[in-house]
Design a protein around this ligand. Structure first.
Ligand code: CA
Length: 214
């Protein structure tokens, strides 16, 4: 449970413990994220308004890192966020504060019954697919052979398909820090990648960077 209101957290913890759940409490976004990454939990009850990182950001980062533990989000009524935001960022269910403890328990049980499904891990942008588990890329169902660097570049771009990604961002994420990098390395590899995935798939946004078509 990630909840910074200590009275609510301890009341919930006591109630859940009485039902036989083992509960750990984290009182900030970063602490909750860290626990979820390393804790081997069956489910997470996650408040939205938290110090450090919002609940939305916590669940978004977990999903981006392919952690699929079921998440039940809690939010204050009439807050600036709504249910759709919570579900869009990867939560599995949502409760608005104040909520009934009985309803919380029922939702939590339902989430635990469903468990963490194996989510589709194949990334898709248009007719391109990238399967991180198999390090395999296809274009219109035909396999595309990429070098390690081209693969890393596409992996980064496909996770942000439709968004503009700057050269600096690509250098930071695709090239290791401290590696000798030619000033035009990004352009060169974008060129290689375009030859393999189709020039029109990877657009240059003048003065801003590149955008992989969705
Ligand atoms: Ca809070």
């Amino acid at each position: 449970m990630v909840e910074d209101e200590s009275r609510l957290a301890s009341a919930l913890r006591r109630g859940l413990a009485a039902e036989g759940f083992a509960v750990d409490v984290a009182d900030s976004g970063p602490a909750g994220l860290d626990a979820a990454r390393h804790g081997g939990y069956d489910a997470m009850i996650l408040d939205v308004m938290l110090p450090g990182l919002s609940g939305y950001e916590v669940v978004r980062r977990l999903r981006a890192e392919e952690h699929w533990l079921p998440v039940l989000m809690l939010s204050a009524k009439d807050g600036e966020y709504d249910q759709a935001d919570g579900l869009d960022c990867g939560a599995d269910d949502y409760l608005t504060k104040p909520f009934s403890y009985v309803v919380l328990l029922a939702r939590l049980r339902a989430l635990l019954r469903r468990g963490a499904p194996e989510r589709p891990t194949v990334l898709v942008a248009g007719d391109l697919t990238l399967d991180p588990a198999r390090r395999r890329v296809t274009r219109a169902d035909a396999e595309v052979a990429l070098t390690a660097r081209e693969y890393a570049l596409l992996d980064y771009l496909i996770r942000r398909a439709g968004q503009v990604v700057s050269k600096t961002e690509l250098l930071d994420h695709v090239w290791d820090a401290g590696m000798e990098t030619a000033p035009n390395a990004v352009e060169v590899y974008v060129g290689y990648l375009r030859r393999k995935i189709g020039r029109e798939r990877l657009e240059t946004v003048r003065g801003a960077g590149y955008r992989l078509a969705t």
